[in-house]
Design a protein around this ligand. Structure first.
Ligand code: MSP
Length: 517
């Protein structure tokens, strides 16, 4: 069985999650579900990044111990994921003993190899991004080029990882592997960065006299490990590097690391070089998605413009007749349909509701509701197979879906798959209008009527299969209404005519129209 290992970033626990975090995990979940229905052995990893200066400061500000602070925040992340139907396989915490041991082993190994050394350091630190910058990289004198916040000048002795030793290897590797970083714009960004900045070695320790919340630096007790060096290692510690070789060999290398474009450099430069130094394989792909913004500003805690995903789902649940699972599906659909995942998007509640009304209530919900109704009304709920070819009206669209869906979904081009899928939804709606089954009934054209009913049931069954990775609960509900006892979402079964009989069980309309005027 083919394996598929995918990861989300591990989220900082200095604050509660917002919809930006939800976005990355929804992308991951859609990919994980798609791979599972393809029959792959999927391992989907998410978790939390719990060390570093900003977390220690946030805990101090609340006047509680850092341990209590992080445990509390981790619980909030763990409550959010089921609310959004995130089917992760393992939740890694960087405060977990297993991870800490691996980080220490990695440092010992690289030190023995001569890839870590001690030296004097002169740089500017951005606590928000937990990143050092050189004077030349600063913006407006002393501001962080990434987030624009003030940096702090730091001069101290520290340990360094020899990134520079691997520079020419990495440049060549990038040249030979143009799909390592996606989308293309991010690949070009990394190449451009390397062409214009000689790689300087990475400072990977922090003196305890300045910051104490982190993993003890194994070769010098006066230091802790730099939070990013610690965090990146989660991708191998979570699957047993150094302590569960069988599991590690099963899943490594990662097939895809989904990240936001804000953390590209760490993942697309530091991480492959760390792996090379450890003699480990390089991940197949690092996919950097864009940002959700509000009025052109990135949604982030520091900008104070966050949208709380708990509140959003509760609000949608109320608007969708109390159905939380459908609220999660609608939110997932909006995020995956509205923008290509490499681009930035503007978030607004109005746009979300308008998508729900137009695509989910008018198009999909209406299609399912009227199809189920007609099947019930015209055939008493039992619709038997009529072994005919796909009606010519939507043959082209179904054939295109069969051909393209797999490659769109495999490449994370969810919006393209959804475009094709909703073209099928629209065509099936049009097929109903054009066929006018009520006239067939009046004229007692039984054969045509049954062939029509079977066609619309097949149409929505196929929609339910392709929709599953993005909207799992909606998909399940459609199959239940079609009387499919053992729901199946395998794309193998999306072939026209694979079901002999539908035993309709009507339920409430899937997506009521939302009136928020
Ligand atoms: N802890 C690091 C990641 C370490 S991975 C080894 C970190 N955490 S974070 O909590 O600040 O952000 C994690 C991710 O959240 C970002 O990379 C991105 O995936 C997502 N987003 C945060 N804000 C976002 C938006 N406004 N829009 C979309 N995604 C955003 O960085």
């Amino acid at each position: 069985m083919k394996k598929f290992y995918l990861t989300s970033p591990i989220y900082y626990v200095n604050a509660s999650p917002h919809i930006g975090h939800a976005y990355t995990n929804i992308i991951c979940d859609c990919m994980a579900r798609f791979r599972r229905i393809r029959g792959e052995n999927v391992f989907f990893l998410t978790g939390t990044d719990e060390h570093g200066e900003k977390i220690q400061k946030a805990a101090n500000a609340e006047g509680i111990t850092t341990k209590d602070f992080i445990d509390n925040k981790v619980d909030i992340f763990k409550q959010l994921w089921p609310k959004l139907n995130i089917s992760y396989d393992f939740f890694v915490r960087t405060s977990w003993k297993g991870h800490i041991n691996v980080v220490k082993k990695v440092i010992e190994k690289l030190y023995k190899k001569g890839d870590i050394y001690k030296s004097k350091y002169n740089a500017f630190y951005c606590i928000g991004c937990e990143t050092f910058w050189t004077k030349l990289q600063l913006k407006d004198g002393n501001k962080c080029p990434e987030c624009g916040r003030k940096t702090e000048k730091i001069q101290e002795e520290n340990y360094f990882f020899k990134l520079s030793k691997y520079e020419s290897w990495f440049k060549q590797y990038l040249e030979d592997n143009p799909e390592l970083i996606r989308p293309k714009i991010r690949y070009n960004e990394v190449k451009g960065f390397l062409d214009n900045h000689p790689l300087t070695d990475l400072c990977i320790s922090r003196p305890k006299k300045r910051i104490s919340w982190g993993i003890d630096f194994p070769i010098d007790q006066k230091y802790i490990v730099y939070v990013w060096f610690d965090a990146l290692i989660n991708y191998i510690s979570a699957i047993g590097y150094g302590f569960d070789q069988e599991k590690f060999n099963t899943f490594w290398p990662a097939d895809i690391h989904f990240i936001g474009k804000d953390i590209l450099r760490h993942h697309a430069i530091f991480w492959p070089i760390m792996l090379k130094a450890l003699d480990l394989k390089i991940p197949n792909c690092i996919f950097a998605h864009g940002w959700w913004k509000i009025k052109k500003e990135k949604i982030s805690k520091s900008k104070g413009n966050i949208v709380n995903p708990f509140e959003l789902i509760d609000q949608l649940t109320d608007l969708l007749a109390g159905n939380q699972a459908l609220a999660a599906d609608a939110f997932r659909y909006f995020l995956m349909r509205e923008i290509p995942i490499g681009a930035d998007g503007n978030f607004s509640f109005k746009a979300l509701i308008s998508r729900i009304n137009s695509d989910l209530a008018n198009d999909l919900g209406n299609l399912v509701y009227r199809s189920i109704n007609m099947a019930q009304k015209y055939s008493g709920g039992k619709v038997e197979a009529v072994r005919e070819d796909i009606p010519s009206e939507f043959k082209e669209t179904i054939v295109k879906l069969e051909k393209d869906y797999d490659s769109f979904m495999s490449r994370g081009e969810f919006w393209k798959a959804l475009d094709d899928l909703f073209a099928l939804v629209s065509l099936t709606n049009k097929y109903i209008e054009d066929t006018k089954p009520w006239n067939l009934k009046k004229e007692a054209k039984e054969k045509e009527l049954f062939s029509f009913l079977y066609a619309i049931c097949e149409g929505i069954r196929i929609v339910s299969i392709y929709l599953y990775p993005i909207m799992p609960e909606t998909s399940l509900s459609i199959q239940k209404q079609l009387g499919i006892e053992d729901a199946s979402f395998s794309t193998q079964e999306a072939k026209w005519g694979s079901l002999d009989v539908f035993l309709i069980k009507k339920e409430k309309p899937l997506f009521p129209r939302i009136d928020v005027s």
